[in-house]
Design a protein around this ligand. Structure first.
Ligand SMILES: Nc1nc2c(ncn2[C@@H]2O[C@H](COP(=O)(O)OP(=O)(O)O)[C@@H](O)[C@H]2O)c(=O)[nH]1
Ligand SMILES: [Mg+2]
Length: 718
């Protein structure tokens, strides 16, 4: 395969909601470019792009796939991204290395939530967008409505370049208002016949042509002047204007295809080849320390890994973009984040499940290599002496959690390895081994996301696993001050054990003044703080420990033991065995025995005194509360609100945004179990949400009662 230069390479992401036809379009483009000799389809499970078993099982793209095609001396790299929000990683990683997005619109559905969601990502990454109206051959295709919705959602910068003459079952022609020609196909698509625009379409075509000319002129003062002078622009001038508009995100052109019939695909590729910006025409990427990196073959070699995957017959594959310089087979690079040497033993250009070896890749291009030892996604690898390091990819917060366990506990270790590998392939799968909950918790983007993960574990790795309800990381605290003393005394044969501790505990708040005096049952207890230890608890919150002992009632050397005893109880709160937090302890008195006192005695005395005081301090269970933001189509607002009320949500705000309502609420984690699934079923998949830990709050009385009962039952059973 030929080595392409930066001014011959275009990197393009294929985006669009699930089922809009990305994989089918990719198939047609690769076929047209001659990379494959026959077009596969989704129904026959033989596309280049969906080649993982799990994708055949579900009929959906799960992973992004890297593809390329050669077209008139140019190399078009595509990344076909899964459409569902559950597999958003694919789109995010791709937008880090592509320069243009093709956003497919399914004209039988119009603009979908997924379309809007993905569009927002293109906005964040500031990438040009071209809309592709697809499925125009479908009986339910509605081009006009789709465009109206696109304008409503994305603004009037959505400008028609092509429109279908006869959308629906008999679709076979479109009018191109840039070329001012009609394209028409036989039943097998492919090469079109290029015809003059028929009289019946002339008026519409002229109107749209003028709108396009105007939109193209708007991005360039010279073109604007020309347009005012002459009243029109020639094709080259239009191209240059459209390109500027694209790069500035000031123009989102609309193209038309029936991907499944290979209609409109060639013309689209011609446009991609001619107008979409080359890598070298886009803003220069910036390193972590703000160096601008020239996309040039003459620079130092530097590559950025944006995807890691386990591929059939190849093993672990690292996909990368050459950010600068040239790389060749056998080259040694330094992984900047791991400080490790890596050898590029083989280089590939990949088109889904087909790949061709290549000896050299140049700045701007996308390729793959195998068997890197330590490299993971987001790593920069450089030639010696080059100090570029590119920013790590940022992923969205997870939205769904479950606990997982192998049916056979001998599989524990193997499951651990598989989960680790899955996290590397898809960093939005986050695995947490919770000592606290005694569960393996997996976090992901949705139930479907984790179900496909389970399918892969069971079918590819042959480990039987089950999902179980994830426990909630409760906390315990106290709500008033209490006092207790405890004497630990044991006489067994020779030397005994003796320790006595008196303490006051109360709720701790940051910035509260030092204790001076407490009153219990009419009796005053004066505190004289002699020493303070502030323990920042590993599970959040604080334990403030004051030594207020007077007259040497307890030797200083026993204080660490007392604190240790308290910490043991903090780790296993007396109510439900959860971690305790935000408590202030003043040890103010006690007794020692000249012979029998030792550390263990004071640890036990401290622990019991603390436990007794805790019980009298109006203890409460705290639960994690999450900030929830839900974006819901207006017609489903009522259902979503009443569902939220059933989840003890506190609504904090509502606002409208282009046909959607945005609800902000605080919701306990306990009530968020499977929320993404319910929300999706209430709204027919048309809503989106994010959740993020906010704070701990005291649970309502009835919930506390329930939790205490459950804990008692657990203890009784144990
Ligand atoms: N009628 C029609 N069906 C299409 C077209 N493009 C894709 N499809 C079908 O739509 C479904 C989803 O297509 P796919 O390429 O998997 O969409 P993706 O999820 O965006 O990758 C499949 O059943 C395709 O056969 C098209 O142009 N016309
Ligand atoms: Mg797909």
């Amino acid at each position: 395969m030929k080595v392409y230069q930066a001014n011959q390479i275009k990197n393009i992401a294929l985006l669009g909601s699930s089922g809009s036809g990305k994989t089918t379009l990719a198939e047609a483009m690769l076929f047209e470019g001659g990379v494959i000799s026959r077009r596969g389809d989704i129904e026959n499970r033989n596309t280049v792009s969906d080649y993982h078993k799990v994708e055949h099982e579900y009929g959906y793209s799960v992973f992004s796939s890297v593809l390329y095609t050669e077209w008139l001396g140019k190399k078009l790299n595509f990344i076909d991204c899964p459409g569902s929000d559950d597999f958003i990683t694919g789109a995010i990683t791709s937008l880090n290395v592509t320069d243009t997005a093709l956003m497919l619109l399914n004209t039988t559905q119009g603009v979908e939530v997924g379309t809007q969601n993905l569009f927002r990502y293109t906005e964040n990454y500031n990438k040009p967008v071209i809309f592709i109206a697809n499925q125009l051959d479908h009986e339910k295709a509605n081009f006009e409505q789709t465009i109206d919705q696109a304008r409503e959602s994305f603004g009037k910068k959505v400008v028609i370049v092509q429109y279908p003459v006869n959308a629906g079952l008999g679709f076979n022609a479109l009018v191109d208002v840039l070329k001012m020609k009609m394209y028409q196909w036989g039943p097998n698509g492919g090469e079109p016949e290029i015809l003059d625009i028929p009289d019946s379409e002339k008026e519409k075509a002229n109107e749209l042509h003028n709108a396009l000319v105007e939109a193209a002129a708007e991005n360039d003062e010279e073109l604007m002047e020309l347009y005012f002078d002459k009243g029109t622009l020639d094709e080259d001038q239009m191209r240059s204007g459209i390109k500027k508009g694209l790069i500035a995100r000031d123009l989102f052109p609309v193209f038309c295809v029936a991907a499944i019939k290979d209609m409109g695909v060639r013309r689209l590729m011609e446009f991609l080849g001619n107008i979409v910006p080359f890598v070298s025409e886009m803003p220069k990427p910036i390193t972590k320390d703000a160096q601008e990196v020239e996309c040039s073959a003459d620079g130092p070699a530097s590559i950025y890994v944006f995807k890691t995957s386990i591929e059939p017959h190849l093993g672990e594959v690292s996909f990368f973009k050459v950010m600068s310089g040239k790389i060749s087979e056998g080259m040694d690079l330094v992984n900047m984040s791991k400080s490790a040497r890596e050898r590029l033993s083989q280089l590939y250009c990949v088109a889904g499940n087909t790949r061709s070896k290549i000896t050299e890749l140049v700045a701007g291009d996308i390729g793959a290599t195998v068997k890197l030892k330590e490299t993971t996604t987001s790593d920069t690898l450089n030639t010696k002496g080059c100090d570029y390091v590119f920013e790590a990819i940022k992923y969205p917060e997870h939205k769904y959690r479950t606990a997982i366990r192998p049916l056979d506990e001998h599989d524990d270790e193997k499951l651990g390895e598989v989960l680790q590998r899955m996290h590397e392939e898809d960093p939005t799968i986050v695995v947490e081994y919770s000592k606290e909950l005694k569960q393996i918790i997996v976090h992901g983007q949705g139930e479907f996301h984790l179900n496909t993960m389970k399918w892969r574990i069971e079918n590819n790795d042959k480990i039987k696993v089950e999902f179980v309800k994830p426990r909630i990381p409760y906390r315990e605290t106290i709500t008033k001050a209490a006092r207790a003393d405890y004497r630990h005394k044991k006489q067994s044969g020779g030397s005994g054990q003796f320790g006595e501790v008196h303490m006051v505990i109360e709720p701790y708040e940051e910035g509260m003044p030092e204790p001076t005096v407490y009153k219990f049952n009419g009796q005053e207890f004066k505190m004289n703080v002699r020493g303070t230890e502030e323990v920042k608890l590993p599970w959040g919150g604080t334990l403030m420990f004051h030594n207020c002992i007077v007259g040497g009632a307890i030797d200083n050397r026993f204080l660490p033991a007392i604190l240790k005893g308290i910490m043991e109880k903090m780790e296993e709160g007396p109510l439900t065995g959860s971690y305790a937090r935000d408590i202030r302890v003043c040890v103010y008195d006690g007794k020692m025995h000249a012979v029998d006192s030792n550390e263990i005695s004071f640890k036990l005395a401290g622990r019991h005194a603390f436990s007794d005081a805790f019980k009298n301090a109006a203890p409460k269970i705290l639960e994690p509360i999450y900030n929830l933001e839900v974006k819901v189509p207006s017609d489903r607002m009522g259902d979503v609100m009443s569902d939220l009320q059933g989840r003890r949500a506190i609504i904090e705000g509502m606002s409208s945004e282009k046909g959607f309502e945005v609800i902000k609420a605080k919701v306990p984690l306990k009530e968020l179990n499977k929320y993404s699934t319910s929300l999706s079923s209430i709204t027919g998949g048309r809503a989106m949400f994010t959740q993020k830990f906010a704070q701990y709050e005291i649970v309502p009385h009835d919930v506390q009662g329930q939790l205490l009962d459950n804990y008692q039952k657990e203890l009784d059973e144990a």
